[in-house]
Design a protein around this ligand. Structure first.
Ligand code: PAF
Length: 285
């Protein structure tokens, strides 16, 4: 696996691959890789002939300077994992390369980016959409792979691709979890041992909530119970717990049988913000 850091080098490889008729896939990441990222690489290898992984901690999607500073950076290990997973090319641009002096463009996707993480982190999804669009244009990939753990992010990217007619297919892949249910996340490595034990309360409460809603429980009561359960377990502030339509991300006050719906949440454990979400199981109506 070769590592490149400029668009010119990247395009040289991509041009040669495309000339040979290869379908190119990209897995955009911010590094600090875990099995969840590697499952995206696996999906990319199955659906594309050549796979590019990108590692770029994108400053414009962080609404908080401390979060940007403490975001785990493990490039050497990331490179080893990606090479072993069968990535063909690793693209690691610098901040100066992505945002040179004078850079003045933002992509802002309304609707699906509002509320949830978009409400709690102002400007976050403009930063995500802008960098993802740049990465698509730079890599000229035909397909791109994203994890469903960042459910709202996937919907924002899908909306942007549809609205801007970007010639790329978006493929989302299921959330990977630890044995106890905690969703894999780069942020988990910032949890201490005690926080790690508490963290499992979030997926447990969400799974119970999704089941309750599927069997007709009152939605507001079921969502409120998640807040109470995670707070009782030791979580700090809860940014949101909401039921949303799985495609439009419209808030749902009720969940008639057959509605594709997801319970989505974000909550703090110390200074680590965890997000998770679960599909409401479909019960025949
Ligand atoms: O999900 C992430 O790691 C990031 O938001 C992404 C898609 C790589 C954009 O910086």
């Amino acid at each position: 696996m070769e590592t490149v850091s400029t668009v010119a080098e990247l395009r040289q490889h991509v041009r040669a691959w495309k000339k040979a008729g290869a379908r190119v896939g990209v897995v955009p990441t911010m590094g600090a890789l875990h099995e969840g990222h590697l499952s995206l690489v696996q999906a990319a290898r199955a659906q594309a002939d050549r796979v590019i992984a990108t590692v770029f901690v994108n400053p414009i999607q962080f609404d908080n300077a401390d979060d940007l500073e403490t975001y785990p950076r493990t490039l050497a290990e990331d490179g080893r994992l990606l090479a072993a997973a069968g990535v063909d090319l690793l693209y690691v641009p610098t901040v100066a390369q992505m945002y040179p002096p004078g850079f003045a463009t933002r992509i802002s996707v309304s609707g699906v980016s509002e509320g949830l993480c978009g409400g709690a982190r102002p400007g976050h999804f403009d930063g995500v959409a802008t960098v993802v669009c740049k990465l698509f244009m730079q890599t000229l990939a035909e397909c791109a792979f994203f994890g469903e753990k960042d459910f709202q992010q996937v919907q924002v990217v899908r909306r942007m691709v549809a609205d801007l007619d970007l010639p790329i297919e978006i493929i989302s892949c299921p959330t990977l979890r630890e044995a106890d249910g905690l969703a894999l996340s780069s942020r988990n490595r910032r949890l201490n041992a005690a926080q790690r034990q508490v963290a499992v309360a979030l997926p447990r409460a969400l799974a119970a909530c999704a089941d309750e809603i599927a069997t007709g429980a009152d939605v507001a009561t079921a969502l409120e119970r998640v807040v109470q359960q995670v707070r009782a377990a030791g979580f700090g502030p809860v940014d949101y717990v909401e039921l949303r339509h799985a495609d439009s991300l419209q808030p749902l006050a009720t969940c008639p049988p057959g509605t594709p719906a997801r319970v989505l949440a974000a909550a703090w454990l110390g200074d680590v913000r965890l997000i998770d979400g679960m599909a409401v199981p479909t019960v025949a109506g």
